[in-house]
Design a protein around this ligand. Structure first.
Ligand SMILES: Cc1cc2nc3c(=O)[nH]c(=O)nc-3n(C[C@H](O)[C@H](O)[C@H](O)COP(=O)(O)O)c2cc1C
Length: 373
């Protein structure tokens, strides 16, 4: 199971776990895989706290995931602080959108946040908000891998990360994006099929993985989108991927900081219950379909705004959903992939890792038997 990228990183298993939760990231890394912490929701100050915690709790190494999209509203506005950029972009958010989102939440009885719980509106998905996050990463030697979502990272970022001795890669949902990553000199590509949770393209993993593997030659490809057990890990490696990159799976582990009511929603959901929707982030993102996603689809309602403006409208809903998950049940942000139908019980992270490895070995034995070995 030890592939070339495992050798380069010094990890035991080619199992990569994207998560927003440091406890999950640490448990994956300490089980021989690589936990990758999603930074998008953290300010640079908060990220410093998270990575310091990871340094103390991870025996080996971990990764960090950034979001510098290739296209977003406000791209090219330079020289502003994150706060100034937020104020500038806020001018482009129509009041109609804010009112519509607020009404959806209040009509569903979702309480407002307490007065003193103000939060920034602009998450870490602009070059301006990511720059201070990169400075934080470079201060943490165990943060050995950086991945970027939604586009090829800019050349200065690639150089900065590689010169520091870290690997940098990026997600892709098409052959074209994978080739862009290769041409930019990245170290690896995460190839995510449409069934995956979060932002995704339109082509399924079974069809996309081999095309991307063929297109980018000897550059390592980590297969993502729809992996819920070791049989799928075996399939990915059989196709020539150097590892399996998972996300949804870690929403229903004991260590996840997902509120119990929301975790139950994931446990109850089937593979038919997800939709690709722009209604939270402004770009197509796979999540559970509910009253919120339906409401933004209707002809008589506002159309979602481009990234990052839609989340400036919707973030209040994310925060209220996290705090009051029972009341927000029908309008909560539940990003997850179709593999949610395989997530039927809460497990410990280390047990999921063990299960993935055992199922992988069983799959290989099944094939060996077919080959008379
Ligand atoms: C809740 C959630 C949030 C995600 N957020 C990000 C993100 O911020 N950055 C990123 O690169 N990928 C993100 N992803 C995608 C994952 O990195 C991963 O590619 C995907 O989950 C793989 O498909 P799977 O969900 O079927 O395992 C997210 C996925 C989920 C489920």
């Amino acid at each position: 199971m030890r592939t070339e990228i495992c050798e380069r990183l010094g990890i035991e298993f080619p199992l990569f776990a994207f998560t927003h939760c440091r406890d999950v990231a640490a448990a994956v890394s300490n089980s021989g895989g690589l936990g990758v912490l999603g930074a998008v929701g953290f300010s640079a100050e908060q990220l410093e706290v998270e990575l310091t915690w990871l340094d103390e709790h991870v025996n080996g190494i971990y990764g960090v995931d950034l979001v510098i999209p290739s296209k977003y509203e406000g791209k090219g506005i330079d020289g502003l602080s994150p706060e100034q950029l937020e104020a500038e972009l806020a001018k482009n958010v129509p009041q109609q959108h804010r009112d519509f989102a607020a009404r959806l939440l209040s009509d569903h009885g979702v309480p407002e946040l307490p007065e003193d719980e103000h939060h920034a509106q602009l998450l870490g998905w602009t070059a301006t908000t990511v720059a201070p996050q990169i400075e934080v990463i470079l201060r943490h030697p165990k943060a050995k891998l950086v991945a970027n979502a939604l586009g090829t990272p800019p050349p200065d970022v690639v150089a900065q990360i590689q010169e520091s001795g870290r690997l940098i890669g990026a997600l892709c949902g098409s052959v074209k994006h994978a080739l862009n990553h290769k041409n930019a000199g990245l170290d690896f590509v995460v190839c995510q099929g449409t069934e995956g949770g979060g932002h995704c393209g339109e082509v399924s993993s079974m069809v996309l993985w081999p095309q991307v593997i063929d297109a980018i030659g000897d550059m390592p490809v980590l297969a993502a989108g729809g992996i819920g057990d070791g049989r799928q890990v075996a399939a990915a490696l059989a196709m020539g991927a150097q590892g399996a990159w998972t996300g949804s799976l870690w929403l229903t582990v004991e260590e996840a900081n997902v509120p119990p009511a929301q975790m139950q929603t994931y446990i109850d959901a089937t593979s038919h219950d997800t939709v690709r929707s722009r209604s939270w982030t402004g770009k197509p993102c796979r999540m559970l379909k509910n009253d919120w996603t339906d409401a933004w689809e209707r002809d008589d309602t506002p159309n979602p705004l481009p990234m990052p403006l839609q989340m400036m409208v919707a973030l209040d809903g994310v925060k209220r959903g996290h705090r009051y998950p029972e009341q927000a049940k029908d309008v909560n942000f539940n990003p997850v992939g179709q593999v949610v139908g395989m997530m039927t019980k809460v497990e410990r992270t280390a047990d999921v890792m063990q299960r993935l490895i055992e199922e992988y070995v069983e799959s290989c034995e099944r094939l060996n038997k077919l080959n008379g070995a």
